[in-house]
Design a protein around this ligand. Structure first.
Ligand code: GLA
Length: 360
């Protein structure tokens, strides 16, 4: 059901505005964003819609197609529900337009949550689009992404990087966004003409992700302190010998090698070399499985099955600890690769496909 219909059936009136934002898949460059490195996400067709009306009091009344009905107020403490995102968006918009108070809100989404496809960033961006349009305040896309990230840091509790919000706020369909997280410069690059990225959910949802995510962030900050660099973006692979702690060493190895893989993957995309791109995806997955330790048995099984059945490469996408795998395959092999993976991994399901031919 659309968010406007949900709003109407729940609040018995029309919403003042409906906006939406898309999820993203990250093609390569995982956990590099909060180390000021490189990422290569692309929008997915699935999106999240919000319909809202502003209120004259401090109440927030919400209905979500996935998470049900909730009530709170703009001054309540964070409670781990999706209203934390709403409270965060109101808080930051109030800094620009102090007259904003509570709201009624309906949310509906086709982005599977907890799958590494950025349903949270889509909620932040859709909310900021809605409030800014309603109050006639102008927030540029990059600024919106930064506010979205602050909502996560201050209201949700994930010390995330900027990739998801930048992709959701600034991405274009059928293009990969090469983002330099140090200066937020972006470059759009068309995806391969005769190859597709298939996104398959491994069947395991993300578990304990906030804690593990923040733990990885602390481990990589520790590594940059040891190496005396402002961030691991500025470290090289030969510096690794200076890190004695085996865990911190492995974490840093993943980030440094992953940044290098993103730069190489960008060249592969520009030079239409899907074979080398696929190899980089496989090395990226191995690095996340063995050095960053964010994979799961289900994710590994999907990656192995894809490679065994004719894919050029595959890797987990997003924060890890469950969620989705992105697979690169020639367009003509797409149906057989997807079918074989789904046969091999009965708990897995197909989410979507990113393809120049199929999406145009
Ligand atoms: C989550 C975070 C991003 C990024 C990815 C891992 O999606 O929100 O900032 O760190 O994990 O690449």
């Amino acid at each position: 059901m659309s968010s406007a219909k949900l709003f109407h059936s729940f609040f018995q009136k029309e919403p003042s505005i409906t906006t939406s934002a898309h999820g993203r898949v990250n093609l390569i460059g995982e956990h590099t964003d909060y180390n000021n490195g490189f990422v290569l996400p692309s929008l997915i067709p699935q999106s999240l819609q919000v319909s809202i009306s502003l209120r004259d009091d401090d109440k927030i009344i919400g209905i979500s197609s996935e998470f049900g009905e909730l009530q709170s107020s703009i001054s309540s403490s964070n409670d781990g529900t999706w209203l934390d995102f709403v409270r965060g968006a109101i808080y930051f918009c109030q800094k620009i337009s102090p007259s904003i108070k509570g709201m009624e809100i309906a949310v509906s989404s086709s982005i599977p949550s907890g799958s590494g496809l950025s349903s949270s960033a889509a909620l932040e961006i859709a909310l900021l689009r809605a409030i800014s349009q309603l109050k006639d305040i102008s927030i540029q896309s990059e600024e919106m992404a930064k506010i979205g990230q602050q909502i996560e840091h201050q209201f949700v509790g994930t010390q995330c990087g900027i990739m998801d919000q930048m992709a959701s706020a600034c991405g274009t369909f059928g293009q990969a966004i090469f983002l330099d997280c140090e200066n937020l410069q972006t470059k759009s690059i068309p995806v391969f003409a005769h190859h597709s990225f298939v996104i398959i959910h491994s069947g395991s949802t993300r578990k304990l992700s906030h804690g593990k995510y923040n733990e990885r962030k602390n481990e990589t900050s520790k590594a940059s302190e040891i190496l005396e660099v402002p961030s691991l973006r500025h470290a090289t692979i030969d510096q690794l010998m200076k890190i004695e702690d085996p865990i911190i060493n492995k974490r840093a190895k993943h980030i440094i090698s992953e940044n290098d893989r993103v730069l190489k993957a960008v060249s592969c995309l520009e030079q239409d070399d899907p074979i080398s791109f696929g190899k980089l995806m496989n090395s990226s997955h191995h690095s996340m499985r063995d050095d960053y330790e964010i994979s799961s048995d289900e994710l590994n099984q999907v990656v192995e099955s894809a490679n065994k059945n004719g894919a050029l490469g595959a890797r987990l996408t997003g924060a890890g600890f469950g969620g989705c795998v992105v697979i690169l395959t020639p367009n003509k092999e797409l149906p057989s690769v997807s079918k074989s993976v789904l046969d091999d991994c009965p708990q897995a399901y197909l989410v979507t496909t990113i393809s120049k031919e199929l999406n145009s």
